[in-house]
Design a protein around this ligand. Structure first.
Ligand code: PMP
Length: 394
Protein backbone atom coordinates (compact mmCIF):
# COMPACT_ATOMS: atom_id res chain seq x y z
CA UNK A 1 0.00 0.00 0.00
CA UNK A 2 1.30 3.47 -0.78
CA UNK A 3 1.99 5.54 2.29
CA UNK A 4 0.10 8.81 2.16
CA UNK A 5 -0.20 11.61 4.67
CA UNK A 6 -2.86 9.64 6.56
CA UNK A 7 -0.30 6.97 7.48
CA UNK A 8 2.33 9.43 8.73
CA UNK A 9 3.38 8.31 12.19
CA UNK A 10 3.40 10.92 14.96
CA UNK A 11 6.35 11.25 17.30
CA UNK A 12 5.75 8.57 19.94
CA UNK A 13 7.88 8.34 23.08
CA UNK A 14 6.48 4.87 23.90
CA UNK A 15 8.52 3.42 21.04
CA UNK A 16 11.83 4.51 22.60
CA UNK A 17 14.74 2.10 22.17
CA UNK A 18 17.90 2.44 24.23
CA UNK A 19 21.43 1.35 23.37
CA UNK A 20 23.66 1.92 26.35
CA UNK A 21 27.10 3.47 26.07
CA UNK A 22 29.35 0.71 27.45
CA UNK A 23 32.42 2.92 27.48
CA UNK A 24 31.00 6.04 29.11
CA UNK A 25 33.61 8.18 30.84
CA UNK A 26 32.93 9.07 34.46
CA UNK A 27 31.33 12.48 35.01
CA UNK A 28 33.93 15.23 35.05
CA UNK A 29 32.81 18.61 36.26
CA UNK A 30 36.24 20.27 36.40
CA UNK A 31 36.67 23.46 34.40
CA UNK A 32 33.22 23.43 32.86
CA UNK A 33 33.53 25.65 29.81
CA UNK A 34 30.18 26.06 28.05
CA UNK A 35 29.45 23.29 25.58
CA UNK A 36 32.80 21.45 25.68
CA UNK A 37 31.87 18.28 27.55
CA UNK A 38 28.98 15.98 26.71
CA UNK A 39 27.03 13.32 28.54
CA UNK A 40 27.46 9.75 27.24
CA UNK A 41 24.10 9.46 25.50
CA UNK A 42 22.11 11.29 22.87
CA UNK A 43 18.58 11.05 21.61
CA UNK A 44 17.84 10.80 17.91
CA UNK A 45 14.67 10.34 15.83
CA UNK A 46 14.47 10.19 12.04
CA UNK A 47 11.59 11.61 10.03
CA UNK A 48 10.66 11.31 6.39
CA UNK A 49 7.72 12.59 4.38
CA UNK A 50 6.45 9.09 3.55
CA UNK A 51 6.16 7.45 6.94
CA UNK A 52 6.52 10.32 9.40
CA UNK A 53 8.40 10.01 12.69
CA UNK A 54 10.45 6.87 13.20
CA UNK A 55 11.53 4.97 16.30
CA UNK A 56 13.20 7.26 18.87
CA UNK A 57 16.64 6.01 19.89
CA UNK A 58 18.83 6.82 22.83
CA UNK A 59 22.33 5.77 21.88
CA UNK A 60 25.95 6.55 22.71
CA UNK A 61 26.94 10.17 22.02
CA UNK A 62 28.80 10.30 18.73
CA UNK A 63 29.00 11.68 15.20
CA UNK A 64 25.96 11.85 12.94
CA UNK A 65 25.95 10.13 9.60
CA UNK A 66 24.88 12.75 7.09
CA UNK A 67 24.77 13.16 3.32
CA UNK A 68 27.19 15.86 2.22
CA UNK A 69 24.29 17.24 0.18
CA UNK A 70 22.01 17.60 3.23
CA UNK A 71 20.23 20.97 3.22
CA UNK A 72 21.27 21.42 6.85
CA UNK A 73 24.81 21.92 5.52
CA UNK A 74 23.96 24.21 2.59
CA UNK A 75 20.79 26.14 3.27
CA UNK A 76 20.90 26.37 7.07
CA UNK A 77 17.97 23.95 7.18
CA UNK A 78 18.21 23.62 10.93
CA UNK A 79 17.06 24.99 14.23
CA UNK A 80 17.71 24.39 17.87
CA UNK A 81 16.67 25.07 21.44
CA UNK A 82 18.55 25.80 24.64
CA UNK A 83 17.23 24.28 27.87
CA UNK A 84 18.69 23.05 31.13
CA UNK A 85 18.23 20.24 33.63
CA UNK A 86 18.58 21.53 37.19
CA UNK A 87 19.60 19.31 40.12
CA UNK A 88 17.66 20.17 43.25
CA UNK A 89 19.81 21.71 45.97
CA UNK A 90 17.75 20.06 48.74
CA UNK A 91 19.57 16.72 48.51
CA UNK A 92 16.45 14.94 47.22
CA UNK A 93 18.27 14.16 43.98
CA UNK A 94 15.36 15.56 41.98
CA UNK A 95 16.23 16.86 38.55
CA UNK A 96 13.92 19.37 36.92
CA UNK A 97 13.22 20.98 33.59
CA UNK A 98 11.92 24.55 33.58
CA UNK A 99 9.08 25.58 31.25
CA UNK A 100 10.07 22.95 28.70
CA UNK A 101 6.70 23.38 27.01
CA UNK A 102 7.76 26.89 25.97
CA UNK A 103 10.88 25.50 24.28
CA UNK A 104 8.77 22.90 22.48
CA UNK A 105 6.31 25.55 21.24
CA UNK A 106 9.17 27.71 20.00
CA UNK A 107 10.88 24.75 18.37
CA UNK A 108 7.71 23.85 16.49
CA UNK A 109 7.27 27.46 15.35
CA UNK A 110 10.88 27.43 14.11
CA UNK A 111 10.30 24.09 12.35
CA UNK A 112 7.22 25.41 10.57
CA UNK A 113 9.10 28.50 9.33
CA UNK A 114 11.94 26.31 7.99
CA UNK A 115 9.59 23.85 6.29
CA UNK A 116 10.80 21.13 8.64
CA UNK A 117 8.40 18.70 10.31
CA UNK A 118 6.60 19.64 13.49
CA UNK A 119 5.99 17.18 16.30
CA UNK A 120 4.10 16.65 19.54
CA UNK A 121 6.11 18.64 22.09
CA UNK A 122 4.84 16.53 25.01
CA UNK A 123 6.25 13.40 23.39
CA UNK A 124 9.62 15.07 22.86
CA UNK A 125 9.65 16.21 26.50
CA UNK A 126 9.05 12.58 27.57
CA UNK A 127 12.04 11.53 25.46
CA UNK A 128 14.25 14.31 26.84
CA UNK A 129 13.27 13.27 30.38
CA UNK A 130 14.27 9.68 29.60
CA UNK A 131 17.63 10.91 28.32
CA UNK A 132 18.21 13.08 31.39
CA UNK A 133 17.22 10.22 33.71
CA UNK A 134 19.71 7.93 31.99
CA UNK A 135 22.50 10.54 32.17
CA UNK A 136 21.48 11.89 35.58
CA UNK A 137 24.98 11.42 37.00
CA UNK A 138 26.14 14.00 34.46
CA UNK A 139 23.92 16.73 35.89
CA UNK A 140 26.49 18.67 37.93
CA UNK A 141 26.06 19.17 41.69
CA UNK A 142 27.70 22.58 42.12
CA UNK A 143 25.75 25.75 42.76
CA UNK A 144 24.42 27.19 39.53
CA UNK A 145 25.75 24.27 37.48
CA UNK A 146 23.38 22.47 35.13
CA UNK A 147 23.11 19.94 32.34
CA UNK A 148 22.55 22.09 29.25
CA UNK A 149 20.22 20.43 26.74
CA UNK A 150 20.44 21.12 23.05
CA UNK A 151 17.41 19.83 21.11
CA UNK A 152 18.10 20.21 17.38
CA UNK A 153 16.20 19.56 14.16
CA UNK A 154 17.93 19.41 10.77
CA UNK A 155 16.96 18.75 7.16
CA UNK A 156 18.87 15.67 5.96
CA UNK A 157 17.81 14.39 2.49
CA UNK A 158 20.53 13.37 0.04
CA UNK A 159 19.77 16.22 -2.35
CA UNK A 160 20.85 19.73 -3.14
CA UNK A 161 17.29 20.56 -4.11
CA UNK A 162 15.99 23.65 -2.38
CA UNK A 163 12.46 22.43 -1.74
CA UNK A 164 10.84 21.32 1.47
CA UNK A 165 13.19 18.72 3.07
CA UNK A 166 11.82 15.21 2.61
CA UNK A 167 13.92 13.83 5.47
CA UNK A 168 14.90 15.23 8.83
CA UNK A 169 16.58 14.29 12.09
CA UNK A 170 15.51 15.44 15.51
CA UNK A 171 18.13 14.96 18.17
CA UNK A 172 19.18 16.12 21.63
CA UNK A 173 22.64 16.24 23.16
CA UNK A 174 23.53 17.19 26.75
CA UNK A 175 26.45 19.20 28.08
CA UNK A 176 27.35 19.76 31.75
CA UNK A 177 27.86 23.53 32.15
CA UNK A 178 29.18 25.73 34.92
CA UNK A 179 27.65 28.59 36.81
CA UNK A 180 27.65 31.79 34.78
CA UNK A 181 28.31 33.55 38.10
CA UNK A 182 31.12 31.14 38.90
CA UNK A 183 33.28 33.55 40.88
CA UNK A 184 30.62 33.54 43.59
CA UNK A 185 31.37 37.23 44.00
CA UNK A 186 28.31 38.40 42.17
CA UNK A 187 27.67 39.40 38.63
CA UNK A 188 30.09 40.22 35.87
CA UNK A 189 28.53 43.19 34.09
CA UNK A 190 28.99 43.31 30.34
CA UNK A 191 29.64 46.27 28.06
CA UNK A 192 27.73 46.59 24.81
CA UNK A 193 28.62 48.06 21.45
CA UNK A 194 25.44 49.46 19.89
CA UNK A 195 25.90 48.87 16.19
CA UNK A 196 24.07 50.79 13.50
CA UNK A 197 25.89 49.15 10.57
CA UNK A 198 24.78 45.53 11.06
CA UNK A 199 21.28 44.11 11.55
CA UNK A 200 20.40 40.87 13.36
CA UNK A 201 16.77 40.61 12.32
CA UNK A 202 14.11 42.55 10.45
CA UNK A 203 10.32 42.55 10.27
CA UNK A 204 9.11 39.55 8.32
CA UNK A 205 12.50 37.85 8.75
CA UNK A 206 13.44 34.95 10.99
CA UNK A 207 14.66 36.73 14.14
CA UNK A 208 11.69 35.48 16.14
CA UNK A 209 12.56 31.85 15.36
CA UNK A 210 15.54 29.98 16.74
CA UNK A 211 16.88 29.11 13.30
CA UNK A 212 20.55 28.23 12.87
CA UNK A 213 20.60 30.79 10.04
CA UNK A 214 20.27 33.65 12.55
CA UNK A 215 23.49 32.87 14.36
CA UNK A 216 26.34 32.50 11.84
CA UNK A 217 25.87 36.07 10.62
CA UNK A 218 26.18 37.43 14.15
CA UNK A 219 29.73 36.12 14.51
CA UNK A 220 31.78 38.78 12.76
CA UNK A 221 29.86 41.67 14.36
CA UNK A 222 30.48 40.07 17.76
CA UNK A 223 34.21 39.58 17.05
CA UNK A 224 34.50 43.21 16.04
CA UNK A 225 32.77 44.36 19.21
CA UNK A 226 35.29 42.33 21.24
CA UNK A 227 38.17 43.87 19.29
CA UNK A 228 36.83 47.31 20.17
CA UNK A 229 36.80 46.38 23.85
CA UNK A 230 33.12 45.56 24.33
CA UNK A 231 31.70 42.21 25.42
CA UNK A 232 28.64 41.96 23.20
CA UNK A 233 26.70 43.58 20.39
CA UNK A 234 23.62 45.65 21.15
CA UNK A 235 21.52 44.97 18.07
CA UNK A 236 19.71 48.10 16.88
CA UNK A 237 17.01 48.21 14.27
CA UNK A 238 15.51 50.85 12.02
CA UNK A 239 16.11 54.54 11.34
CA UNK A 240 15.03 55.32 14.92
CA UNK A 241 17.63 52.86 16.23
CA UNK A 242 15.44 50.68 18.37
CA UNK A 243 17.17 48.49 20.94
CA UNK A 244 16.24 44.91 20.08
CA UNK A 245 18.47 42.28 21.72
CA UNK A 246 21.96 41.93 23.12
CA UNK A 247 24.21 39.12 21.86
CA UNK A 248 21.89 36.14 22.20
CA UNK A 249 19.79 37.56 25.01
CA UNK A 250 16.67 39.67 25.33
CA UNK A 251 17.15 43.14 26.77
CA UNK A 252 15.48 44.94 29.66
CA UNK A 253 15.88 48.64 30.48
CA UNK A 254 14.71 50.04 33.82
CA UNK A 255 13.86 53.75 33.75
CA UNK A 256 13.27 55.79 36.88
CA UNK A 257 11.36 58.98 37.31
CA UNK A 258 11.31 61.20 40.40
CA UNK A 259 7.89 62.59 41.38
CA UNK A 260 7.51 66.39 41.31
CA UNK A 261 7.81 66.57 45.11
CA UNK A 262 10.94 64.46 44.99
CA UNK A 263 9.40 62.08 47.51
CA UNK A 264 8.88 58.99 45.40
CA UNK A 265 10.52 57.29 42.48
CA UNK A 266 8.55 55.45 39.83
CA UNK A 267 10.11 52.73 37.72
CA UNK A 268 9.34 51.48 34.27
CA UNK A 269 10.85 48.19 33.18
CA UNK A 270 10.76 47.95 29.39
CA UNK A 271 11.64 45.30 26.84
CA UNK A 272 10.99 45.18 23.10
CA UNK A 273 7.54 43.95 22.05
CA UNK A 274 7.19 40.73 20.06
CA UNK A 275 4.95 42.20 17.39
CA UNK A 276 7.26 42.73 14.41
CA UNK A 277 9.15 39.42 14.23
CA UNK A 278 12.59 40.85 15.11
CA UNK A 279 12.72 39.59 18.70
CA UNK A 280 13.29 36.01 19.84
CA UNK A 281 10.52 35.25 22.37
CA UNK A 282 12.82 34.25 25.21
CA UNK A 283 11.57 31.89 27.88
CA UNK A 284 13.50 33.91 30.47
CA UNK A 285 12.01 37.15 29.10
CA UNK A 286 8.52 35.72 29.45
CA UNK A 287 9.30 34.43 32.95
CA UNK A 288 10.50 37.86 34.10
CA UNK A 289 7.47 39.64 32.61
CA UNK A 290 5.10 37.07 34.14
CA UNK A 291 6.67 37.36 37.59
CA UNK A 292 6.63 41.17 37.52
CA UNK A 293 2.98 41.25 36.38
CA UNK A 294 1.98 38.73 39.03
CA UNK A 295 3.78 40.91 41.61
CA UNK A 296 1.90 43.98 40.41
CA UNK A 297 -1.39 42.13 40.71
CA UNK A 298 -0.58 40.97 44.23
CA UNK A 299 -0.46 37.31 43.17
CA UNK A 300 3.12 36.76 44.25
CA UNK A 301 5.29 38.36 46.93
CA UNK A 302 8.74 39.42 45.77
CA UNK A 303 11.14 40.91 48.31
CA UNK A 304 13.50 43.63 47.25
CA UNK A 305 11.47 45.31 44.51
CA UNK A 306 9.95 48.79 44.73
CA UNK A 307 6.25 48.78 45.72
CA UNK A 308 4.02 47.34 42.99
CA UNK A 309 2.24 50.65 42.41
CA UNK A 310 5.61 52.27 41.64
CA UNK A 311 6.39 49.87 38.77
CA UNK A 312 5.20 49.88 35.17
CA UNK A 313 5.96 46.81 33.06
CA UNK A 314 6.11 47.65 29.36
CA UNK A 315 6.66 45.76 26.14
CA UNK A 316 7.45 48.68 23.89
CA UNK A 317 9.92 50.30 21.56
CA UNK A 318 12.99 51.88 23.22
CA UNK A 319 15.26 53.93 20.95
CA UNK A 320 18.84 55.11 21.33
CA UNK A 321 17.53 58.72 21.45
CA UNK A 322 15.53 57.80 24.57
CA UNK A 323 18.55 56.04 26.10
CA UNK A 324 20.82 59.05 25.52
CA UNK A 325 18.22 61.50 26.75
CA UNK A 326 17.42 59.55 29.92
CA UNK A 327 21.06 58.67 30.62
CA UNK A 328 21.79 62.39 30.58
CA UNK A 329 18.96 63.04 33.05
CA UNK A 330 20.12 60.17 35.27
CA UNK A 331 16.82 58.37 34.60
CA UNK A 332 18.26 54.98 33.70
CA UNK A 333 18.27 52.75 36.77
CA UNK A 334 19.66 49.59 35.20
CA UNK A 335 20.00 47.59 31.98
CA UNK A 336 20.23 43.81 31.79
CA UNK A 337 20.04 40.94 29.33
CA UNK A 338 18.05 37.73 29.87
CA UNK A 339 18.50 34.20 28.56
CA UNK A 340 18.77 30.56 29.58
CA UNK A 341 22.58 30.59 29.77
CA UNK A 342 23.07 33.48 32.21
CA UNK A 343 19.46 33.93 33.44
CA UNK A 344 20.14 37.67 33.73
CA UNK A 345 23.29 39.64 33.01
CA UNK A 346 23.78 43.28 33.90
CA UNK A 347 25.10 45.93 31.54
CA UNK A 348 27.43 48.67 32.74
CA UNK A 349 28.24 50.51 29.52
CA UNK A 350 26.83 51.08 26.04
CA UNK A 351 29.16 52.36 23.33
CA UNK A 352 27.26 54.30 20.68
CA UNK A 353 28.68 56.41 17.87
CA UNK A 354 32.03 56.83 19.59
CA UNK A 355 30.63 57.75 23.02
CA UNK A 356 30.34 55.47 26.06
CA UNK A 357 27.08 55.75 27.98
CA UNK A 358 27.55 54.61 31.60
CA UNK A 359 24.80 52.51 33.12
CA UNK A 360 24.50 52.47 36.92
CA UNK A 361 25.71 49.29 38.65
CA UNK A 362 25.73 48.52 42.37
CA UNK A 363 28.73 47.19 44.26
CA UNK A 364 27.78 43.55 43.63
CA UNK A 365 27.68 44.22 39.90
CA UNK A 366 23.89 44.07 39.78
CA UNK A 367 20.86 46.33 39.93
CA UNK A 368 17.71 45.96 42.04
CA UNK A 369 15.52 44.39 39.35
CA UNK A 370 18.28 42.22 37.92
CA UNK A 371 19.32 40.87 41.35
CA UNK A 372 15.74 40.19 42.37
CA UNK A 373 14.92 38.44 39.10
CA UNK A 374 18.07 36.30 39.38
CA UNK A 375 16.90 35.07 42.78
CA UNK A 376 13.26 34.59 41.77
CA UNK A 377 13.96 32.83 38.46
CA UNK A 378 16.76 30.55 39.70
CA UNK A 379 14.68 29.74 42.79
CA UNK A 380 11.96 28.36 40.53
CA UNK A 381 14.39 26.59 38.19
CA UNK A 382 16.12 24.68 41.00
CA UNK A 383 12.93 24.15 42.97
CA UNK A 384 13.79 26.23 46.06
CA UNK A 385 10.64 28.24 45.23
CA UNK A 386 7.76 25.93 44.37
CA UNK A 387 6.33 26.57 40.91
CA UNK A 388 4.50 23.40 39.85
CA UNK A 389 3.10 24.99 36.71
CA UNK A 390 6.60 25.81 35.41
CA UNK A 391 8.59 22.88 36.66
CA UNK A 392 8.74 19.22 35.56
CA UNK A 393 10.62 16.55 37.49
CA UNK A 394 12.53 14.20 35.17
N1 PMP B 1 17.61 36.09 22.01
C1 PMP B 1 18.34 35.26 21.25
C2 PMP B 1 18.75 35.71 19.89
C3 PMP B 1 18.71 34.00 21.76
O1 PMP B 1 19.45 33.16 21.02
C4 PMP B 1 18.30 33.63 23.06
C5 PMP B 1 18.71 32.30 23.63
N2 PMP B 1 17.75 31.31 23.32
C6 PMP B 1 17.52 34.53 23.80
C7 PMP B 1 17.20 35.75 23.24
C8 PMP B 1 17.03 34.18 25.17
O2 PMP B 1 16.03 33.20 25.10
P1 PMP B 1 15.76 32.20 26.32
O3 PMP B 1 15.41 33.05 27.49
O4 PMP B 1 14.63 31.34 25.86
O5 PMP B 1 17.02 31.43 26.52
Amino acid sequence: ASAGPSTMAPLNADLLQVTLNESAAAPDFDNLVFGQKFSPHMLIVDWNNKTGWGVPHIKPYGPLSLSPAAPALHYASGLFEGMKAYRSADGSGKIRLFRADKNMERMNRSAARAGLPTFDGDEFIKLIKALVRLDRDYVPHGEGQTLYLRPTLIGTPDTLGMGVPTEAQLFCICSPVGNYYSSGSGSKPVSLLARTDVVRAWPGGTGCYKLAANYAGATQPAMEALKEGYHQVLWLFGPDRQLTEVGAMNLFVVFRDQSADGETTNYEIATAALDDGTILPGVTRDTILSLLRAYQQGQVAIDGLPKPERITVAERKVTMDEIMDKAEKNQIAEVFGSGTAAVVCSVDKIGYEGVDISIPIQADGMGVFMRTMLREVTGRQWGAIASPEWSTVC
